[in-house]
Write a protein that binds this ligand. Structure first.
Ligand SMILES: Nc1ncnc2c1ncn2[C@@H]1O[C@H](COP(=O)(O)OP(=O)(O)OP(=O)(O)O)[C@@H](O)[C@H]1O
Ligand SMILES: [Mg+2]
Length: 526
């Protein structure tokens, strides 16, 4: 303007004004920079501490441009080693060059995906992806969490639930099955006893029917061994006879050469015959199924006392070692650890329960089973069963004296089962009165006591449909007569301790033959 002369200009100090303006601008820039730095720090802190893996991918080249520590931990490589690698090296391996996220315009929501880590482990992730612009380039941000452990636990849980429901199911079927077999077996043994000396031919036929029924009983036992009621009922047994009979029976007609190598002086052992026989059956069937050319099975039975403790997790003691060695395909690499798991199978129609049952049974007998491949091919299974020195003789406990007219009270809710047991008891020379539930049992027992004609023995079923069962009934009977002698009869196995705790003096497992009944009644009356 005209009124401003040179002096005025000098007074205004233009350089000073410019300097002031510059320093103001610098100050502003510094403030902005500080804001930017703090925003950057904030983002960096979030990325560094985020519990999810975060990966930034360039959509033009599909190279990884950044990762956070969680992602680098999941991938098992450092940040520097991952940056610059193609995302398909780890993610979406099978869909290389056809990015599934890009096909969906860079959007993925909580999808389950697999990842191959640097150590070639396969992990399961839950992943979300979004597109965004960075330096004018289209990028993908992928965030994910590792659910591998969670999935494994979930699978274990499902497996446990499957076993649980299967075991309840198996127990239920076996229980009904046992009642039916009790009727068949009881009737057969009654008729066969009555015609034994009259018609030898019919007697022999009935014996065959009895044998077949006992096989059916074996199947019921197989189901029970997997159910809750499958505690072993120990009996002094010759494991040699058991392994010979079972394997020969299972492999009969199968064109398999069985070589038995049995050491001398193998003692009798305390085992559940049915359950251990099932172990031998399952091993023999597996061996047969693995055979290709050489149809041969070597079975050896030996005594061992000094064990290699680094190899066998068994306590100090004496064991019988039973080895099954086949000449089949051998166990595929990496399967030895898993083959005893329930439902683990490599067979098209296998249930994968065979070895799981074997394992459970051997464990219940305080033994152990190992599997390995024989150095010269084929699989080898070694079973260790404990034994305690016992005289090598079998008990001859059948008594000769015939009991006369002792009174038996029978409680069972199944009409057919009741009929056959009453007939068996009476054919043994006892008097028998039957009732169908605990309430009736108590009232009949009370009247007998009042009439001074008490029962010598009470036989009762554990479970009574819609009525008082064995457990409650015996408690009430003991109030009437503390010295009451009661025998429990059930399709389920009961261990001796529980039996004693409940107050029973004996146990008879359904289905039973007349001889079993005779023995237990004689022992109880003694
Ligand atoms: N003698 C053997 N030789 C080679 N592999 C075996 C042998 N025994 C078992 N296996 C392997 O272990 C797996 C599990 O065996 P398991 O007996 O539990 O089930 P399965 O035989 O497959 O089915 P199932 O017994 O219910 O018919 C088999 O599928 C097989 O892969
Ligand atoms: Mg099998």
């Amino acid at each position: 303007p005209d009124e401003i002369d040179d002096n005025t200009i000098l007074e205004l100090d233009p350089i000073g004004i410019i300097c002031d303006a510059f320093s103001q601008i610098l100050e502003n820039l510094r403030e902005k920079n500080k804001d930017l730095q703090s925003a950057y720090d904030k983002i960096e802190a979030i990325l560094q501490s985020a519990p999810s893996g975060i990966v930034i991918i360039d959509t033009e080249t599909f190279t990884i441009v950044d990762v956070n520590p969680t992602a680098s931990e999941i991938i098992q490589l450092s940040r520097e080693e991952i940056i610059g690698r193609n995302c398909c090296d780890f993610f979406c391996v099978e869909s290389k060059h056809a990015c599934p996220a890009m096909q969906n315009k860079g959007h993925v929501d909580k999808a389950e995906r697999k990842i191959i880590t640097a150590n070639k482990e396969i992990k399961t992730l839950i992943k979300s992806v979004r597109p965004f612009l960075m330096h004018n380039k289209m990028m993908l941000i992928e965030s994910f969490i590792d659910i591998t452990e969670y999935k494994r636990m979930q699978e274990e849980l499902v497996k446990a639930q499957r076993i649980e429901s299967l075991s309840v199911f198996a127990g239920g079927i076996a229980h009904d099955f046992n009642n039916i077999i009790t009727v068949i077996l009881g009737n057969i043994s009654l008729v066969s006893e009555s015609i034994k000396d009259v018609n030898k031919n019919s007697y022999n036929m009935l014996k065959k029917a009895e044998w077949a029924t006992q096989k059916a009983q074996g199947i019921a036992k197989q189901l029970l061994s997997f159910s809750k009621g499958g505690a072993p009922v120990l009996k002094t047994t010759s494991v040699i006879d058991l392994v010979r009979d079972t394997v020969s029976f299972i492999l009969s007609g199968k064109d398999v050469v069985i070589n038995f190598d049995i050491e001398d002086h193998i003692p009798l052992i305390e085992i559940d015959e049915g359950q251990v026989s099932q172990v031998f059956q399952n091993l023999a069937i597996n061996a047969l199924e693995s055979m290709t050319k050489t149809k041969k099975l070597d079975i050896s039975v030996k005594k061992v006392s000094a064990l290699d403790r680094t190899k066998y997790p068994l306590i100090e003691g004496n064991y019988i070692k039973i080895t099954f060695r086949d000449y089949g395909t051998g166990i595929p690499e990496g399967l030895i650890e898993r083959m005893f798991e329930p439902f683990f199978t490599t067979k098209k129609h296998g249930s994968g329960l065979g070895l799981a049952i074997v394992y459970t049974i051997i464990k219940k007998h305080n033994g152990h089973i190992f599997a390995e491949n024989h150095p010269e091919g084929g699989a080898e299974f070694k079973i260790f069963l404990p034994f305690f020195d016992k005289p090598d003789v079998r008990q001859d406990s059948v008594q000769k004296k015939h009991p006369q007219k002792n009174r038996i009270l029978l409680m069972d809710d199944d009409e057919f089962v009741t009929d056959v047991i009453v007939a068996m008891i009476e054919s043994l020379g006892y008097n028998c009165i039957s009732v169908s539930n605990g309430e009736e049992a108590i009232s009949v027992y009370q009247s007998a006591v009042d009439d001074n004609k008490p029962f010598d023995i009470v036989i009762m079923d554990m479970t009574i449909q819609g009525g008082m069962g064995g457990e409650e009934t015996i408690r009430k009977l003991k109030e009437i007569a503390p010295q009451v002698k009661a025998i429990l009869s059930s399709g389920y196995d009961i261990d001796n301790e529980t039996l004693k705790e409940l107050g029973f003096i004996g146990f008879i497992k359904k289905p039973f033959k007349i001889d079993d009944l005779k023995l237990i009644l004689e022992q109880a009356i003694k």
